[in-house]
Design a binder for this molecule. Sequence first.
Ligand code: ZN
Length: 207
Amino acid sequence: EAGVIHLTFDDGPNNGTTTDILNILKKYNVKATFFVTNTNGGSDSQIKREFDEGHLVALHTSSHDYSKVYASYDAYWNDLNKISERVERITGQKSMYIRFPGGSSNTISRHYSSGIMSTLAAAVESKGYTYFDWNIDSRDAEGKNSDQIYSNVINGLSKTHGNVVLMHDIKRTTANAIERIIQYGLNNGYQFKVLDKSIVCHHKTAN
Ligand code: ZN
């Protein structure tokens, strides 16, 4: 959808930075999508808060360990189900939204299982899940500072299509950049929305 920004936060929850990001989203009444894991120590109450405040709680696998997640088809589902069950226990709803660790176009999975991304991309959809990649990378996972994260996001924005922004709520740099990103979007006529199943944002699989 043109002129819409979908902020997406991966790898949380995390007790410090996730809470700070939730506070800023609440201040501006902006809704975002959280692709959660079990790896960064965040509490159930943070996932509950994400859900209660109108954000989309989505699944990113439990371990986020490429060597485990992409070891085999069954290993992927076993890992995904662990985070899925946690989300369902906390929110009362089964989440049908997925982001693959590394994205669907990752090549690291080749080290563990040849062809698994093509198999999984088809399998998740056949089971009724929707998966999302991104079309703007904040590059916060690469150690960029808050000014660079802000620039990477706002320079990537377009009014001619939807904007799916990759960020990580475990990053202090991202927590420190997010208010300026939201202010820029609001001041420039963008709307912020959660992802939904009508949105297609897929990379081309490379394994
Ligand atoms: Zn991730």
